[in-house]
Ligand binder design. Structure first.
Ligand SMILES: O=C[C@H](O)[C@H](O)[C@H](O)COP(=O)(O)O
Length: 236
């Protein structure tokens, strides 16, 4: 099973890069997570890799870029990115996403917002069609530390079940993001695709919220690696 999932991740990542990385592209966004490891590997094999600048979505992503011999850039230098590749925790029928299982959602959304297109890479477990159906840990929400109790109350009023993400067993106390903030995982049950944008806007409006792990209208394509070795390609 674990081997099958790993093969599916690699399959989706390699196909996404092979189909979408064009010789005209210069600035590439590289996301976070275990699937994107294969994206960085494949981009690192490109014949024109020395022409490329790669913009990371966090510490892990930056290490992937360096380890694959690629040139690092930043959104500060490159606020316009040709294409970004990133993983997802769950994908709905509109290519709405839950992201942030690895606590990288803010910089991931920043890079996605700077990119002309966002291509999602994922194994078959993520493609459920409805956010909150398969990913039962809740929507990751990055909050300023001083605001976590206030935002937790606000989220409960919106109908969610908020839990501050713990750093245990590696760290006592909450997870601290690459931006020095906390993560609240908030379970809203299943979120119908047509209601994701509205819920995202309500959470985003709360004072203390930096960003949400609901990605709406950002992804244009998804490559799903299937257990049988095929790939499902989705576009919106
Ligand atoms: O914060 C983490 C990111 O949103 C990841 O892209 C997401 O959790 C998917 O990661 P993986 O490819 O390991 O399932």
């Amino acid at each position: 099973m674990a081997d099958l999932v790993e093969k599916s991740k690699k399959l989706s990542a390699y196909a996404a890069v092979d189909d979408n990385l064009l010789s005209t592209h210069r600035v590439i966004g590289i996301g976070s997570g275990s699937t994107v490891v294969y994206v960085a590997e494949r981009v690192g094999q490109a014949s024109n890799k020395s022409d490329l600048v790669c913009v990371p979505t966090g510490f892990q992503s930056r290490q992937l870029i360096i380890d694959n011999g690629l040139r690092l850039g930043s959104t500060e230098e490159y606020p316009e990115i040709d294409i970004a590749f990133d993983g997802a925790d769950e994908i709905d029928t509109n290519l709405g996403l839950i992201k942030g299982g690895g606590a990288c959602l803010f910089q991931e959304k920043l890079v996605a917002a700077c990119s002309k297109q966002l291509v999602v890479v994922a194994d078959y477990r993520k493609d459920t069609g409805v956010l909150g159906k398969g990913w039962r840990k809740g929507v990751p929400i990055e909050v300023v530390p001083a605001a976590y109790t206030k935002v937790s109350l606000d989220l409960a009023k919106l109908g969610g079940k908020p839990v501050v993400r713990s750093g245990l067993p590696a760290k006592a106390g909450p997870v601290v993001t690459d931006n020095g903030n906390f993560i609240i995982d908030c379970d809203f049950g299943e979120i119908p695709p047509a209601q994701v944008a509205e819920l995202n806007a309500k959470i985003k409006a709360l004072v203390g919220v930096v960003e949400t792990g609901l990605f709406v209208g950002l992804a244009s394509k998804a490559y799903i690696g299937n257990a049988d070795g095929t790939i499902t390609k989705k576009t919106v």
